[in-house]
Design a protein around this ligand. Structure first.
Ligand SMILES: *Cc1c(COP(=O)(O)O)cnc(C)c1O
Length: 490
């Protein structure tokens, strides 16, 4: 299968590209994104056949249907990384929290957040393409906390790929920072920036556009790529767990095959939600996809009013920082699917020039047939964390907690809901400790111990071990010096 473009073709880039090409240079004509030219139809027969399949068997068959240009052996090697998850037979447990409400836990991988679901296999795939083409890639990543550790973990010691990862010093949790700075491999460089996440992100964008930097890379025979969540190489692995979670409910006799469910997704860049949308389009029985946000609620406004409005809006820091995003890139793929490339180009160009676009009332109605949305404040989130722990014995992180608001306001309680849990409690422990016991501003290590005691949960060894692990990457620099530092690394 080939991949076409959300904003149409500019006649400079080819009309369609292979999966490998879409992975290596993910930006399409007019600044658009690549999308599959059609979605494979899975349907009831596929679901029935995989009722008793392992996660990997399901994944392998689904990927097969996309007919991508990746060797079978590479896909197998990529999927084998799910064996490293807590339970190799079931990397994504689905837990009943209360009547009609189930949580699909996407955080049982090496870095304890859902980014591993896609980045783990993606690392194998990208490295294999680079080797096959005999090319060397530099992956530049700017992270606010979860993508960095997951990207470093997956590319560690992989052939033909190097990673330079920028993070805002003081802008991540201790656990997230330690996950990065203790990564010791020749092909990884972790750089702390004096500044906030936006500084790291802007520095990276400037670098990508710098002729000197690109010239220097060429001289060293290095090509640039990105592992961010607009890359279809990540999205494709995010369709699988939605299908798996549905089948889990059937296996648990919570639903009968064919019964519709809500998918309730804590959303930032919309990759997770897009995976659910594609799964639905491919035949998964879904009632609606519920988009949950924090105070950065552009998506709620879009889905309620049809207006994507960034005028006078500024990112605010919240207790669910992985969702502190205003430009939610993957929404573009839904616009394309619903309204076509001409209209998508028009809307996205409006957003770029005027900082706003508005759907017509017919378009909004179409969008609302698929999605509903609400947002949850930090204080509300903490209350959901405490109440759900005390009443239902279930502990969740602040991102997952945002879903509980939209569960109350957007869904018909007769219909079963799958909430997606995107991080383990260990990654955002100060907020959770505050929610459970009221203690303020505890350091991670203190908060972890206190939650562990209160909730009688053991701190996983890979988290506990971080605090005594050797720091391998100790560079903190001004943003002006990033280019120099990266060239030194190469
Ligand atoms: C990345 C992330 C999200 C947001 O996911 P998107 O696919 O970008 O919408 C939510 N929660 C956590 C913990 C994350 O790391």
């Amino acid at each position: 299968m080939n991949f076409i473009q959300t904003r149409g073709c500019d006649a400079v880039k080819p009309k369609s590209v292979t999966f490998s090409q879409a992975i290596l240079s993910p930006i399409a004509s007019f600044g658009g994104l690549y999308v599959p030219e059609r979605l494979p139809e899975l349907g009831a027969e596929f679901l029935n056949r995989h009722l008793n399949s392992s996660y990997k068997e399901l994944a392998s068959d689904m990927l097969n249907r996309f007919e991508i240009d990746i060797d079978k052996g590479v896909i197998e090697e990529a999927l084998n990384l799910y064996d490293k998850f807590d339970d190799s037979k079931n990397p994504v447990p689905v837990i009943k929290v209360k009547e009609n409400l189930y949580v699909s836990e996407l955080y049982h991988g090496p870095t304890r957040a859902f980014k591993d679901m896609a980045l783990q296999p993606f690392g194998v795939v990208l490295s294999s393409i680079a080797q096959k083409n005999n090319e060397n890639y530099l992956i530049l990543a700017a992270t606010s906390g979860d993508t960095g550790p997951a990207a470093l973990e997956t590319f560690k010691n992989r052939a033909n790929v190097r990673v330079a990862c920028l993070y805002p010093d003081g802008g991540t949790s201790d656990v997230q920072r330690l996950q990065m700075v203790t990564e010791d491999a020749k092909n990884l460089k972790v750089i702390g920036i004096n500044g906030v996440f936006d500084d790291a992100q802007n520095a990276l964008k400037k670098l990508l556009a710098s002729p000197e930097f690109n010239h220097a890379l060429k001289e060293k025979n290095v090509l640039l790529s990105a592992a961010n969540s607009v890359n279809f190489g990540r999205i494709i692995f995010q369709i699988i767990y939605h299908i798996h979670s549905y089948l889990e409910l059937v296996r648990q006799s919570a639903i009968s095959m064919g019964e519709k469910v809500y998918l309730n997704v804590p959303s930032g860049n919309f990759g997770n939600a897009l995976g659910g949308y594609y799964a639905w389009k491919m035949g998964l029985p879904v009632e609606k996809i519920i988009i949950s946000s924090n105070e950065n609620n552009v998506l709620t406004k879009l889905i309620k009013t049809g207006k994507y409005d960034l005028r006078n809006s500024k990112v605010v820091s919240t207790t669910s920082p992985a969702m502190d995003i205003l430009k939610s890139s993957n929404v573009e793929r839904v616009l394309y699917d619903l309204f076509g490339d001409k209209r998508t180009k028009e809307l996205m160009e409006n957003l770029e020039s005027e900082n706003v676009y508005e759907l017509t009332s017919e378009e909004l109605a179409t969008l609302r047939e698929c999605f509903d949305a609400d947002f949850c404040s930090g204080d509300e989130g903490k209350k959901y964390i405490k109440d759900t722990f005390e009443n239902d014995g279930y502990l969740m992180d602040p991102h997952t907690a945002t879903c509980f608001k939209a569960y109350e306001t957007c869904s018909n309680p007769e219909i079963k809901t799958i909430v997606y849990s995107t991080a383990e409690w260990t990654k955002f422990s100060p907020v959770i400790a505050n929610a459970l016991t009221g203690e303020m501003d505890a350091e991670d290590i203190v908060a972890l111990e206190s939650i562990s005691k209160t909730a009688k949960l053991e701190i996983p060894s890979m988290i506990k071990g971080l605090f005594s692990k050797k720091i391998a990457q100790d560079i903190i620099i001004e943003k002006e010096d990033i280019e120099k530092e990266i060239l030194k690394f190469l």
